[in-house]
Ligand binder design. Structure first.
Ligand code: GLU
Length: 451
């Protein structure tokens, strides 16, 4: 009997759990994909016999390294750094770098796995990877952050390259950190190349890269609403997070005529019943990004709002919700509350913000629900466009890039419909995204034989 003959979804997941002990986030991400892919593979023997899903769920390599740096007080600090190169079947590994104390190998493996499908969905030639460290940038001076980034790159540089693996930002890594890392890469290799994306405009960066993830999540949301003949005009939106993704999602909601009610950070959420207008969003951007402040200070600047310490915003009634903070921030109970309060659409700006219970709840109630690998792909898509511009040694115009971002998000939406249309007006976007992303990577892997 061939080894695959008896393997069903449960058997497959048992194997994943056994091979990846103490890696709950990774197992969760694989489970969410496997649920759809096993159904899709039922009549596709080649994917089974070639063990394609098993291979995608086994990273090409996981590099782990020590990162030493000296803090301002002269203490020697030791962190762990990683780069997970999950799959390069359709292009160089591509995905962000995350600096946060919650970073573990499990978190980076789940992110690199998700990134593989997300990048395939964009239609651009990018494989999937992710990296990061358990370094906590909170409370660190700029010079400490610079020293950490330099030390991190001193290890990472040998594993990356413009045609090998192209990292970018993620939680805790923005334009400043990319600058420090790019500077160190260039210094070590004497090579000015598009090895990172999210770069500054003066040194090879792309217009709208900063806005792309948040804007893209709202374009995707607008595409979903359009299938019901609706748009965002007058719709109330609950958003979590207050970083780059959340603030740009809020900005686009406001531009399209919606009303944003909440933003949050790890300390709690603010609720502004008057709506978080563009000037308030600008205040949040300055306060959070430049001054590294807390969201609770919003209520001092805008007294009409209230702060809810230690809570997530999912209890606030809304038409649409955008989880834009981090993984597993929206649980099964929260999903039930959102649906009970009349929420009709959820577009994920973060990666895997909804846990498996929550995903099943949204699917059960057949609301418009987009998983991050589809709805937050705008960021990496514009990173892909940054790579193209670097190869061409040119910079494209803002209007061109805006249009390309919109077209890519519509393309992803169409792919989700192609594989996720369940009839009766219901589109299972999770299924659509999983199958469309899987198929592209899987077919490339089949062409390569057993590697
Ligand atoms: N970190 C972002 C993501 O989760 C962007 C990655 C990139 O631009 O490479 O997709």
């Amino acid at each position: 009997m061939a080894v695959t003959d008896h393997v069903d979804l449960n058997g497959f997941m048992e194997g994943v759990k056994k091979r990846n002990p103490y890696q709950p986030e990774f197992v969760q991400a694989v489970q969410e994909v496997a649920e759809d892919i096993f159904e899709f593979m039922q009549d596709k023997e080649e994917y089974h016999s070639q063990q394609i899903l098993r291979r995608i769920a086994e990273p090409d390599r996981v590099v782990s390294f020590r990162v030493c740096w000296e803090d301002d007080a002269g203490n020697i600090r030791v962190q762990r750094g990683w780069r997970v190169q999950n799959n390069n079947a359709i292009g160089p590994y591509k995905g962000g770098i995350r600096f946060h104390p919650s970073v573990t190998e499990s978190v980076l493996k789940f992110l690199a796995f998700e990134q593989t499908f997300k990048n395939a969905l964009t239609g651009l030639p990018m494989g999937g990877g992710k990296g990061g460290s358990n370094f906590n940038p909170k409370g660190k001076s700029v010079r400490e952050i610079m020293r950490f980034c330099q030390s991190f790159m001193t290890e990472l540089y040998r594993h990356i390259g413009a045609d090998i693996d192209v990292p970018a930002g993620d939680i805790g890594v923005g334009g400043r950190e990319i600058g420090f890392m790019f500077g160190q890469y260039k210094r070590i290799t004497n090579n000015f190349t598009g090895v990172l994306t999210g770069k500054g405009l003066e040194w090879g960066g792309s217009l709208i890269r900063t806005e792309a993830t948040g804007y893209g999540a709202v374009y995707f949301l607008a595409n979903m609403l359009a299938t019901k003949g609706e748009d965002l005009t007058g719709k109330t939106a609950v958003i979590s997070g207050s970083g780059n993704v959340a603030t740009h999602a809020a900005e686009k909601i406001v531009q399209l005529g919606g009303k944003v009610l909440t933003l949050s950070d790890s300390g709690g959420f603010i609720h502004d019943p008057d709506g978080i207008t563009q000037d308030k969003i600008d205040w949040v951007k300055t306060h959070k990004t430049h001054r590294r402040g807390r969201i609770e200070e919003y209520v001092e600047a805008f007294p009409g709002a209230t702060f809810h310490a230690g809570k997530t915003p999912w209890g606030v009634p809304c038409d649409v919700a955008l989880p834009c903070a981090t993984q597993n921030e929206l649980l099964g109970e929260d999903a039930k509350t959102l649906v009970a309060n009349g929420c009709r659409a959820v577009s994920e700006g973060a990666n895997m913000p909804t846990d498996l219970d929550g995903v099943h709840t949204f699917k059960h109630h057949k609301i418009l629900y987009a998983p991050g690998k589809a709805s937050n792909a705008g960021g990496v898509a514009v990173s892909g466009l940054e790579m193209s511009q670097n190869s061409e040694r040119r910079s494209w115009k803002e209007e061109e890039l805006q249009q390309m971002l919109k077209d890519i998000m519509s393309g992803i939406h169409n792919s989700c419909i192609k594989y996720g249309d369940q009839g009766g007006g219901y589109i299972d976007y999770v299924k659509g995204a999983n199958i469309a992303g899987f198929k592209k990577v899987a077919d490339a892997m089949l062409a390569f034989g057993v590697v």
